[in-house]
Design a protein around this ligand. Structure first.
Ligand SMILES: *[C@@H]1O[C@H](CO)[C@@H](O)[C@H](O)[C@H]1NC(C)=O
Ligand SMILES: *[C@@H]1O[C@H](CO)[C@@H](O)[C@H](O)[C@H]1NC(C)=O
Length: 212
């Protein structure tokens, strides 16, 4: 009996904690993400560019992550629709920037899209509850430094600007940094410690995670 009570208190605290983090993340998301849509099946990490609305090259990747035995709160439902597959339900979530979680009921194919990832235990055993996680990446330039030549992973030839070089790095999942010599873009996939070199510009990818 006592143990049961203790477990309830723990569960409640966890929900409170996650909701607090969520609210903070939500502020962050609002502050730096002027995007219009996130597309694709999140589990495969589809990407969108935020170039249009920012002077910085940025990239947002979202994916979904299942939490077993949970559901969202009724008051947080943005949308409820009948869809044929869980992938369609995920699509509804990914296409809505306010979406933070979704739930799919196999039995009647009802899809719930939530504006919060707050959740409680589900009484329907076969429901699938997924939260959306996003990572925002951008490039940070340091002028007149370069990475070590023996750490170069590959080279993009005939690159016209540092911006194009950074864009290549943003679009390449395993790219951690680049340096640009005026026509070639050198890619690094490991943590690099750049050193001074006049005429070469270095740019490191910085990624911030918005998770629970
Ligand atoms: C996303 O796609 C993958 C691979 O096609 C699939 O296994 C997964 O079930 C999809 N996501 C969801 C939430 O169903
Ligand atoms: C960007 O790079 C500069 C060095 O050029 C560094 O001082 C700064 O902390 C970096 N910014 C971030 C957000 O890491």
């Amino acid at each position: 009996m006592l143990l049961e009570k203790a477990l309830w208190i723990i569960a409640f605290t966890v929900v409170l904690l996650t909701s607090e983090v969520y609210d903070k993340n939500d502020e962050l998301l609002k502050a730096c993400l002027p995007f219009t849509s996130v597309t694709g099946n999140g589990t495969t990490n589809k990407m969108i560019d935020l170039n249009e609305n920012s002077e910085k090259i940025q990239d947002l990747k979202c994916n979904t992550h299942r939490i077993n035995g949970m559901k969202g709160f009724d008051e947080n439902v943005l949308k409820a629709e009948i869809v044929n597959k869980i992938e369609e339900c995920e699509g509804l979530c990914n296409n809505q920037k306010e979406c933070r979680a979704f739930r799919y009921l196999l039995k009647n194919r009802v899809c719930f899209v939530y504006n919060s990832k707050q959740h409680i235990e589900d009484d329907i055993s076969e429901s699938g509850f997924y939260v959306k996680r996003c990572v925002l990446c951008y490039m940070n330039i340091t002028k007149n430094v370069k990475g070590c030549d023996d750490e170069i992973e590959s080279v993009w030839e005939d690159v016209s600007s540092l911006e194009k070089c950074e864009d290549n790095c943003i679009k390449s999942d395993n790219c951690r940094a680049v340096h640009f010599d005026g026509e070639r873009c050198f890619k690094f996939t490991d943590e690099v410690k750049p050193y001074e070199k006049t005429g070469i510009d270095f740019s490191r990818k910085i990624c911030e995670q918005y998770t629970d």
